[in-house]
Design a protein around this ligand. Sequence first.
Ligand SMILES: [Zn+2]
Length: 258
Amino acid sequence: MGLIRSWRRRRMLARTKLDAALWQRVTAAMPFLRGLRDDEMARLKELAILFLAEKEMHGAQGLVLTDDVRLSIAVQACLPVLNLGLDWYEGWVGVIVYPGEFRVRKEEMDEHGVVHTIDEGLSGEAWPGGPVVLSWQDAGMLETGYNVVIHEFAHKLHMLHGDDEGFPMPTPDMDAAAWVVTLERAYARFCAEVDSGGPTIIDEYAAEHPAEFFAVMSETFFTDSAILARDYPELYAQLAQYYRQDPAGVLATTGSAS
Ligand SMILES: [Zn+2]
């Protein structure tokens, strides 16, 4: 299974030629890629090619998926797994892209057992074992500290190990206790900051739920890394171990993120 898959991937990469101008145009628009070395950019390109080959991307509500849109989403989705590999996104194939916010209707039970029907506009959603749904209006923003693609694909990582409710499992080489304690402490501290009413640099939505905390902190880790490394150094170090990346470049001298 693994051998066949890697043979298929090598063959796919050998056969696929990504337009150089397209790659240049799409990646130049992403400020958060600027810290990557040439070999990392080359690996990101390979992952994006494989992502586009293995996932099925569909435009909803008449959205036409141009090569730029498809590659932009693929590159953003592959950044978190740059050093983990595409198998971290296995078990599902669909990516659905709406032109803008999409409306979702769902029922939720409150603490009194009363079921409420909620109709809300979303910029992204990830289904356990199912598709990732994105708003292109948001996915194409490429802002600092906000990235709906990384957010939704971070959800896919904690869903991979059967937990769609909380923090992802640490990778096997990590200290599992340190991972859990650090995330729990950071989550509690962030929730306290939000409760105190002061403005937070990091999106308050992170206080909603441990799974949202992980997803939002992953957005910050990749697109506003210096802020996370400064304000939450222990969390930053754990995420650097988890993703095997050090986007802020603060761990480079100790080599602990390699
Ligand atoms: Zn979320």
